[in-house]
Design a protein around this ligand. Structure first.
Ligand code: 7TS
Length: 421
């Protein structure tokens, strides 16, 4: 596959100061991007400029600084909305992260609308943040949660979606891409079938927005949840896109300043969307940093980002397959997966893999990746997970493979009882 516009990774790397670090005497190889991405200097500078030059609260003061901060905050909303293909920025609510965005739908829409007999459909590979809120809604409303099952390779079994959609489905909530297996899910087709059955669709874009060119209109979802920190932006800020009519009809999640229109001692009326859902002083610096992050990604071109990651992943999967005793999870066809590779080494706990890799400067994540039920299905305590982003190189993939050979060597010696050379 030839990239429309290929990434100049060496130049990109210069934008990320942290990538110059050495860890345990080795150059940092950061392969924990599914947990959070690193931040380019453009984002760090945008946040610093806000605090250093025009720090003020938004939407209230009539002084110059407050006006400047408000303009920057609202411009960020426009940029982020445009980034996911939403034409109307008022449909984009700033939240703390994907988790809060999903909870906003759970509190603002689901608790108000669901009743016994209603069904919420999620898949077996969801992150806890797209499972627990629905378990809680089910507990509080009497609705039930049904599941899309997985094929042995970790893709959606679409027949099980059709079954789950029968009788009472009101909401289907699925991830665009799995953080545990890397599977890119067919969200457009899920949305089509869900809508045919009369259900709304929420897409958890935590792993989608950072890595895949995303257009919520083409996807056909009613809600889209994502976090800035996985896409070059700061922590503490995320967003929920909602269909305008749905946001209008929803109850606020938090009450307080900014979310009201008028207040009496015994009642209040709500501000317009999206402010109705943004009680209290927002993360102004975070929103401005989020805007700078999408500027950065737009300048690179998301199709080029996606192509780079898929090519790098195909290369890495191929090289990793040569490591003795490795088991790689998720789809074999690398066109069906993003830059996440979950694996286990026979006889070695994933925590030990991660620790030995760290001693060689390679940062990966090990554990259940907030997908404990999926790990139980897979009958593993957890996996080791390498996850790529736009600044990762083929040499870094080689360093990962090299470090895994070291892991094998250490454990081979431990198993044989011989001292390490
Ligand atoms: N959904 C998916 C698919 C995710 O990967 C994550 C975070 C979330 C939701 C929650 O995002 P948050 O920003 O609200 O925390 N995933 C991971 C991970 O894989 N390792 O650390 C966090």
């Amino acid at each position: 596959m030839i990239a429309v516009k290929s990434l100049d990774v060496q130049t990109i790397r210069k934008d990320f100061p942290i990538l110059g670090r050495r860890i345990n005497g080795r150059p940092l190889v950061y392969l924990d991007n599914a947990a959070t991405s690193q931040k380019p200097v453009q984002v760090i500078d945008a946040i610093s400029a806000y605090y250093g030059l025009y720090n003020a609260n938004v939407h209230r003061g009539l002084h110059t600084l407050s006006e400047e901060a408000t303009v920057a905050f609202e411009e960020a909303r426009e940029k982020v909305a445009r980034f996911i293909g939403a034409s109307d920025p008022s449909c984009l609510v700033f939240t703390r992260n994907t988790t809060e965005s999903i909870n906003l739908v759970a509190y603002g829409w689901a608790r108000k609308n669901l009743k016994p007999g209603d069904v919420i459909v999620v898949s077996h590979l969801e992150h806890h943040s797209n499972l627990i809120p629905w378990q809680m809604v089910a507990r509080d409303t009497g609705a039930t949660v049904r599941f899309i099952l997985l094929t042995p390779e970790g893709t959606f079994d679409m027949d099980s979606l059709d079954e789950a959609l029968q009788d009472g489905a009101r909401l289907v909530s699925v991830s665009q891409m799995s953080n545990a297996l890397g599977t890119i899910n067919p969200v457009e087709e899920v949305a089509r079938r869900a809508h045919e059955a009369g259900a709304l669709v929420l897409v958890d874009g935590a792993q989608g927005a950072p890595h895949l060119k995303t257009d919520i209109r083409a996807m056909g979802c009613d809600f889209y949840a994502f976090s800035a920190h996985k896409m070059c932006g700061p922590t503490g800020i995320g967003a929920l896109y909602g269909h305008p009519a749905l946001l209008e009809s929803m109850e606020p999640f938090l009450g307080g300043g900014d979310m009201i229109s008028h207040v009496w001692f015994d009642r209040a009326t709500w501000n317009e969307v999206p402010y109705k859902f943004e009680a209290g002083t927002p993360d102004i610096a975070g929103a401005i940093g989020f805007g700078a992050a999408v500027d950065y990604l737009n300048a690179l071109d998301m199709e080029a980002v996606c192509d780079h990651e898929q090519e790098l992943t195909a290369y890495a999967v191929n090289a990793l397959s040569e490591v003795e005793g490795i088991r790689i999870y998720g789809p074999k066809d690398t066109r069906l997966r993003g830059g996440v590779i979950s694996f286990n080494l026979e006889g070695v706990h994933p925590h030990d893999v991660s620790q030995i890799l760290d001693s060689e400067g390679v940062a990966i994540r090990a554990g259940h990746h907030c997908c404990e039920p999926l790990m139980r299905l897979m009958e593993v305590p957890g996996t080791a997970r390498a996850s790529f982003y736009l600044y990762n190189t083929y040499e870094e993939s080689d360093a990962l493979v090299q470090a895994l050979h070291s892991v094998r060597k250490v454990f081979h010696h431990v198993a044989s009882g011989r001292p390490l050379p």
